[in-house]
Design a protein around this ligand. Structure first.
Ligand code: 5GP
Ligand code: ZN
Length: 112
């Protein structure tokens, strides 16, 4: 059994609200949403960070961004933010590369 949380989601060992899947990627709702729409898009293949993925397979990295954009465009929000936290200092808590799709509220910063 994998020790990687998101590899375990891919394997079906941890339940997730999967709204999209294809042979390379799955997308599911974040368990602790930071916006009305908060979706995570991950490659089935394990790569720890965006940098590691880009170095190993830049075509797959490009398709990950394209897939996240497509899911975001279909999410019914007026705009969205794609976020890839990288490294502990970058706020990454799960070391399996993932794109956050955040939307459904005003995402401008600073707020107000
Ligand atoms: P990071 O902090 O690494 O950029 O993002 C990890 C995200 O995964 C967090 O937003 C966190 O809420 C989410 N998360 C952690 N564990 C689970 C889980 O078991 N299921 C789901 N759906 N999301 C999770
Ligand atoms: Zn993994």
């Amino acid at each position: 059994m994998s020790e990687c949380l998101f590899c375990r989601v891919v394997a079906g060992e941890i339940p997730a609200d999967i709204g999209y899947h294809d042979d390379e990627f799955i997308a599911f709702r974040d368990i602790d949403p930071q916006a009305p729409v908060h979706i995570l898009v991950i490659p089935r293949e394990h790569h720890p960070t965006a940098a590691a993925l880009a170095a190993a397979d830049s075509d797959l990295a490009g398709r990950l961004v394209a897939t996240a954009t497509s899911i975001a465009e279909d999410a019914g929000v007026g705009g969205y933010r794609l976020v890839v936290n990288t490294g502990a200092e970058g706020g990454q808590t799960v070391p399996h590369v993932h794109v956050h799709i955040l939307g459904g509220r005003n995402m401008t910063w600073p707020p107000g």
